[in-house]
Design a protein around this ligand. Sequence first.
Ligand code: F0G
Length: 351
Amino acid sequence: MVGIIERYRHLWNLGPLDESNLVTLGEGQTPLIRVRTPWADGAGPQVFGKLEGCNPTGSFKDRGMTLAVTMAKQAGKTAALCASTGNTAASAAAYAARAGLKAVVVIPGGKVAPGKLLQVRAFGALLLEVEGAFDIALERLRNAIAERSRWELVNSVNPWRILGQESAAYEVVEQLGRVPDLFLLPVGNAGNITAYYRGFKRLGLIPPRFIGCQAEGAASMVEDRDIENPETVATAIRIGKPVSRSFAKEAVTATQGRFVAVSDQAILAAQAELAHQGIFVEPASATPYAVLLRLWQLGELPSAQTAVLVFTGNGLKDSDTAQRVFPTQKTAWDGSTAALDNALTADEVLP
Ligand code: F0G
């Protein structure tokens, strides 16, 4: 499958690129599907979900990583380094492995979902831990590598990351045939909202109204301040000092959008509701659905609109949290049809 560089490089100015340096795992072209809502058709917006968990490492990060690692290789860099709440780490490790570069990932101690750590180990990156949140990991890493010109920082401060992530906006327009009215996505370090905003603009289109979705314990944009000790079950967006704060603000104010925070409880409830319609996302990625439901309850969703939710990461990544949301249910079976009859008429079996 052709990745996003080959599909969209005609829109970008990448300069000279030796084709042998192109690093891809076939990212992009993720599905955009209808999301069921508590309201009837026509009574509220038609809602679509962009399944970014379908990317090669299970999150949207691959769109930026293919470009960042390709350009690093083209520039003769020897290593890719990042600070991460987990998904950037998994993606950097995979693309570096693909490219034959070394990778180093720095994570906030104890708060990264196990599936993401497993990916980092599988791809052979060096895993370093710091005490404290993501923000400290990024600050330390930026300082430590400032004088090393052959090492590439592949966090979203790397402009190629944001440019690659724009590709998701192009795809939404292709898939929907238009720009949606409302656009809801989780906001952590605020790179992705920046990328979508720029993506619609690069196509010469008027961007949708952006609703930046955060967890109450890490609501840096909603509260318009740095959060010293961010805390949320949605560990992917457990970030207190978004690097792209000013760009995210611009995306929201220029489109008459807003930032909204929801509780961890609402996030996990949204994760369960999505799972009950066959969509398994990690907690951070359920945040937009939680926000959508909240706005609906408040009567703040204008009718007859189209809304897109970005489901940024796959639910399997955070198996620890998922085990709590979806406890194990094992029942011994004697092989009889009667037992199946009983089971399928029981209330626990959905829908
Ligand atoms: N959703 C998921 C699943 C993420 O992993 C992230 C960010 C976001 C949303 C927020 O995107 O930072 O561009 O605003 N994860 C980063 C990481 C920070 O290190 O994996 P953002």
